[in-house]
Design a protein around this ligand. Structure first.
Ligand code: CA
Length: 226
């Protein structure tokens, strides 16, 4: 069941939208401020966001920008006037659709369905990585070697996924730090060595003579071409 997050400060409007969306088979969560809405997005990772433009706490434009920095979650922006819509389109901030108030809740349901269908077909391919005897499920965050599941931490998983996606490519420690943790600060590159060591211990039959993750001296690491 797809989860839709409504971020809108008009309580009555949220009520109406919620009832239409739930009748259409969606699961609905709601926030009434921009900042709490963004927090709800982080915590719940909804499949789609319906976002009002004018909100207390943080305005809708900033919420959309923050979401876009991290993900492609489809966003439907609700705006109060046609002029605001024009302005928004000019800003190209990454909302996928705009609906001007007042609107029929049926229109919102139809647009939400269309966006979710589009997002689903875009996300479908290439989510399973098969390299050597490893099967890396990028959605499920699981790894199997010869069918046997390996227990990896999220950092180890992200490291392996980044490396295995491009066998033969040498990554610097800073690039791997960014790929595995989303941030990279110079001076922390060496923490990668510890994660690689742990990853090798779980992955390699002989960690001192690795066959998957090779050290590239003076650079960093690469996944061996198989
Ligand atoms: Ca509002």
């Amino acid at each position: 069941m797809a989860v839709i997050l409504i971020i809108e400060d008009e309580v009555e409007l949220v009520k109406v939208l919620r009832s239409y969306l739930e009748q259409a088979g969606f699961s609905v969560i709601a926030a009434y401020r921009g900042d709490t809405g963004l927090a709800a997005w982080e915590n719940r990772q909804p499949d789609l966001v319906i976002l009002d433009l004018n909100l207390p706490g943080m305005d809708g434009l900033d919420v959309a920008r923050q979401i876009r920095r991290k993900s492609n979650t489809p966003i439907i922006m609700l705006t109060a006037r046609v002029e605001e819509t024009d302005q928004l389109i000019g800003l190209e901030l990454g909302a996928d659709d705009y609906i001007t108030k007042p609107f029929s809740p049926r229109v919102v349901v139809a647009r939400a369905r269309a966006l979710l269908r589009r997002a689903e077909s875009a996300a479908a391919p290439a989510r399973l990585l098969r390299v050597a005897d490893l099967e890396i499920d990028l959605d499920g965050h699981t790894v199997r070697r010869n069918g046997e599941p390996l227990e990896l931490t999220p950092t180890e998983f992200n490291l392996l996924a980044a490396l295995a996606a491009q066998p033969g490519r040498a990554f610097t420690r800073l690039q791997l730090l960014e790929a595995s943790q989303g941030t990279a600060y110079e001076g922390y590159e060496r923490t990668i060595d510890a994660h690689i060591k742990n990853l090798r211990a779980k992955l390699e039959s002989d960690p001192r003579n690795p066959q998957y993750i090779e050290t590239v001296f003076g650079v960093g690491y690469r996944f061996a071409r198989q």
